[in-house]
Design a binder for this molecule. Structure first.
Ligand code: PHE
Ligand code: FE
Length: 287
């Protein structure tokens, strides 16, 4: 995750990385990981996409404490050339994109407190590692993330970051994928959330719509609650080819002429997988 203008905290390198200081974690912190890992693995049975499950296995993520970034990076680099580096928290957009473009995924080193298992404002090491890193072991998704980093640097120069950020949000963070066995999760924001991993697939409240690049880049999103719409891809090849292999410059120009869409909008051109009641979003509002 990234942010616009910030000052680099003391003790961080020029690229904003810090040592993970793995030996500095307490037993209590490792125990939080173990608890989240066990709970989420059980929840994700039959919910996570295939590539995620394979990633967890190949990278040997486990309920044996917070992973050591160096050891994890060695395994990941052998599969797709990606590495995981620690940062103190949010980093500036340009720094974030430069890391992605060079196949480095930035992760927070801190872990949430036992009393914040279900909700926290800043991504922690459980979200960043458990949510994001398994998919980086998939060769096609790995290429998508690198291309996104390059695309981010370009969007910054074009002043189009707000539109491109929606693509990250509705794919990397909150994406669904249609697999032969049914809809599955691949977005890290869902995969690391106990509540949303059930809600995104099973609840009748949100819309589930076929992924469409321009449609997604027009759609605002909420950061304060579960999503009101999820976008469904057919496979990672589709995602990679529609993004990496397209020149976004004319698309950004066109987007300037098109109105943004609300998080719960459904429009005539949408491919509707399931239309939501939005009951969750409006709960309590009319009582
Ligand atoms: N191809 C896009 C462009 O021309 C860059 C991009 C790649 C964006 C992958 C998102 C994901 O800007
Ligand atoms: Fe994330």
């Amino acid at each position: 995750m990234a942010q616009a203008a910030m000052e680099r905290p003391p003790g961080t390198a020029a690229d904003w990385t810090i040592p993970q200081n793995w030996t500095g974690y307490t037993a209590r912190e490792h125990a939080v990981w173990d608890l989240l890992y066990a709970r989420q693995t059980a929840m994700l049975q039959d919910r996570a996409c295939d590539a995620f499950r394979r990633g967890v296995e190949h990278l040997r993520l486990s309920d044996k404490g917070i992973p050591n970034f160096e050891e994890l990076s060695e395994r990941l680099a052998k599969l797709t050339g990606w590495r995981v580096v620690a940062v103190p928290g949010l980093v500036p957009d340009k720094v974030f994109f430069e890391h992605l473009a060079n196949r480095r995924f930035v992760a927070g080193r801190f872990i949430r407190k036992p009393e914040q298992l279900d909700y926290l404002q800043e991504p922690d090491v459980f979200h960043d590692l458990f949510g994001h890193v398994p998919l980086l072991s998939d060769p096609v998704f790995a290429d998508y993330m690198q291309a996104y980093g390059e695309g981010g640097l370009k969007a910054l120069r074009r002043g189009a970051l707000e539109k491109l950020a929606r693509l990250y949000w509705y794919t990397v963070e909150f994406g669904l994928i249609a697999e032969p066995g049914g809809l599955r999760l691949y977005g890290a924001g869902i995969l690391s959330s106990f509540g949303e991993s059930r809600f995104a697939l099973d609840d009748t409240s949100p819309n589930r719509l076929k992924f469409d690049l321009m449609r997604v880049m027009r759609t605002r999103y909420r950061i304060d609650d579960y999503q009101q719409s999820y976008f469904v891809i057919d496979n990672f090849d589709q995602l990679l080819h529609q993004t990496r292999d397209a020149d976004f410059t004319p698309l950004y120009r066109q987007l300037e002429t098109l109105p943004d869409l609300a998080p719960d909008a459904v429009i005539a051109s949408d491919g509707i997988v399931s239309r939501g009641s939005q009951k969750h979003a409006y709960r309590g509002k009319f009582q």
